[in-house]
Ligand binder design. Structure first.
Ligand SMILES: [Zn+2]
Length: 96
């Protein structure tokens, strides 16, 4: 993804060498809830398009979620990338 301030590509750590923007400090939004291991596919698709992804599983979740093989995980991306990410996911088949 590009730096929202400078419009130049971020480096491999999603960090802008020009203005010091760090995507980890950005606002992140949850774009999708899936059941493990679907998040692995979504993560690889989005990262292939240069979109940083955070997978929020029960290990880091604020609220407890169901335990077991169908544990729900949440897919989060920077708010500036949410529209692009959702468009990409719409093109995926429903039965990942
Ligand atoms: Zn920048």
């Amino acid at each position: 993804m590009d730096c929202p301030n400078c419009k130049i590509p971020l480096n491999d750590d999603y960090h802008c060498t020009a203005c010091n923007y760090n995507v980890n400090d950005a606002e992140w939004v949850i774009i999708k809830k899936v059941y493990s291991p679907q998040e692995l596919i979504i993560q690889s698709v989005l990262e292939a398009y240069g979109i940083p992804v955070k997978v929020l599983s029960r290990e880091v979740a604020q609220l407890p979620v169901s335990i077991g093989p169908l544990a729900e995980v949440k897919i989060a991306v920077p708010a500036s990338e949410a529209d692009t990410a959702l468009q990409l996911l719409e093109e995926l088949p429903d039965d990942l």
